[in-house]
Design a protein around this ligand. Structure first.
Ligand SMILES: [Ca+2]
Ligand SMILES: [Ca+2]
Length: 136
C-alpha cells in the first residue's frame, strides 16, 4: 500500500527537479505573430531605449514584453507552402548614430536592402537597395 505514494512522490520530485535548470537561465515562449512573414529573426535595440527588441521581416517588436509591433516597410503575409523572401534581418548601428538600422537579406542572388532608422523623427525609414555580390 505504501508503494504507490512513495513512487508518486519520487516521480513528482523527479519532474520538479527537471523544471529548474541548473544554470539559472529561464526561457519564456512569446509568439510574436500568427502570420508567416519571414524565415528568421534577430535582436537589436531599434528604439534606443536600452531594451532589446526583436526584428522579424517587415516588423519589429518593442521589448521587453514584445506586445507592440512597428512596421518599417510594407507588411506582406506569405503562404506557408513556400519561402518568404524575407530571409534574415540584422539590426546594427550602420549609419553610426544611436538608432539601429536594419539590413535585410533575402533569397540568394537577390539584392539586400538597408532600412535607415529615422530615429525620433516622424518620417518613414529610408530604404536602399544594395548591390548584389556573387561569389564562386
Ligand atoms: Ca528597445
Ligand atoms: Ca542609424
Amino acid at each position: 500500500m505504501k508503494t504507490v505514494p512513495v513512487l508518486l512522490f519520487t516521480l513528482l520530485a523527479s519532474l520538479s527537479a527537471r523544471e529548474v535548470p541548473k544554470t539559472g537561465i529561464f526561457f519564456k515562449k512569446v509568439q510574436l505573430s500568427d502570420k508567416y512573414l519571414t524565415e528568421g529573426a534577430s535582436i537589436g535595440d531599434i528604439n534606443a531605449d536600452g531594451k532589446p527588441d526583436v526584428v522579424a521581416g517587415p516588423l519589429w517588436w518593442q521589448g521587453p514584453d514584445f506586445q507592440k509591433s512597428h512596421a518599417y516597410e510594407p507588411v506582406i503575409v506569405f503562404p506557408i507552402t513556400g519561402y518568404s523572401p524575407n530571409f534574415f534581418t540584422f539590426p546594427d548601428l550602420i549609419t553610426k548614430d544611436k538608432w539601429a538600422d536594419i539590413l535585410k537579406v533575402g533569397h540568394p542572388t537577390r539584392p539586400a536592402h538597408l532600412a535607415i532608422n529615422p530615429g525620433e523623427k516622424s518620417v518613414s525609414y529610408t530604404h536602399l537597395t544594395l548591390p548584389t555580390i556573387y561569389s564562386v
